[in-house]
Ligand binder design. Structure first.
Ligand SMILES: C[S@@+](CC[C@H](N)C(=O)[O-])C[C@H]1O[C@@H](n2cnc3c(N)ncnc32)[C@H](O)[C@@H]1O
Length: 255
């Protein structure tokens, strides 16, 4: 389908032995609409295509013994070479519990770059030689172990797609969400004004845009302080640094 915006589509290639999993989830909701509208170009490459045995084997026993199978170098390397041909600027990201924690910052950098190759592992993981030679970066979805990298790949794709121009109906939506400004999101309410004795805060019904903005900012700060003291400390440091910069510009002492 035709790209609705002047900008180029975001191009993602997922290397996975379960392409149907990626395609099914990516067909619905905000992401599915973005694909239909030509804002996202999503492709999958199955390493099984690059095998030459009858069973299309992509895994084998681990050297040194132990339980579980390991994904072989050959089919993965060939699939990644094809992915790089299609997406020459992209970083190759291996989704792995051993990676750096995936954050909004990674999503922003990825959206900006315009391309990504995501490698989803299965079994006990992938042969270390692929990580050493073919992977640029490893991202983890959290300190727990999943059965495969497909769900993490979908999480990354969803987070990135929301940041691309035209994907969200209201361009302000992504900016106002948790993490974008270093704080968690403020609380949201919709109709009716009262449910089972619970009322919408009066300020939101006031029509006073300044008061609403101030209330939302105060709520975002309060919720961040309460739920994520780590983010709150970082945000306060940022504010202090910004204040200092302002001060030094004001008194002419900056370089
Ligand atoms: C069963 S896991 C392998 C775990 C590996 N043996 C370990 O302990 O580090 C199979 C695949 O799921 C994916 N995976 C599992 N947990 C993940 C996480 N927290 N973040 C990102 N990917 C994950 C990776 O692609 C991995 O290759």
């Amino acid at each position: 389908m035709k790209n609705e915006t002047a900008g180029e589509a975001f191009h993602a290639v997922v290397v996975t032995i379960f392409p149907e999993l990626i395609e099914a989830v990516a067909a619905v909701g905000v992401f599915g609409r973005a694909v239909d509208r030509g804002l996202i170009q999503l492709e999958t490459i199955n390493p099984r295509r690059y095998t030459d045995d009858r069973h299309q084997t992509v895994d084998s026993k681990a050297y040194g013994g132990g339980p579980g199978m390991v994904m072989k170098v050959g089919p993965l390397r060939a699939a990644l070479e094809e992915a790089r041909r299609r997406c020459p600027k992209a970083k190759v990201v291996y989704l792995s519990p051993q990676g750096e924690p995936f954050t909004q910052g990674h999503a922003e950098a990825c959206a900006e770059l315009g391309e990504v190759i995501l490698l989803a592992g299965r079994y006990e993981g992938i042969d270390q030689r692929v990580i050493e030679r073919d992977v640029d970066v490893q991202w983890s979805l959290g300190d727990y172990v999943l059965s495969g990298g497909e769900l993490p790949a979908l999480v990354v794709l969803d987070a990135v797609a929301r940041l691309r121009p035209g994907v969200l109906g209201d361009e302000g939506s992504a900016e106002a969400e948790s993490f974008s400004a270093g704080l968690l999101d403020f609380p949201h309410y919709t109709r009716p004004e009262e449910v089972d004795g619970q009322r919408v805060p009066e300020v939101l019904l006031s029509g006073d845009h300044g008061a609403i903005a101030a209330w939302r900012q105060a709520q975002a700060e309060a919720v961040t302080q309460r739920q994520r003291p780590d983010l709150w400390a970082r945000w306060q440091e940022q504010q202090q640094r910004a204040e200092k910069r302002k001060g030094s510009i004001g008194d002419g002492s900056h370089e």
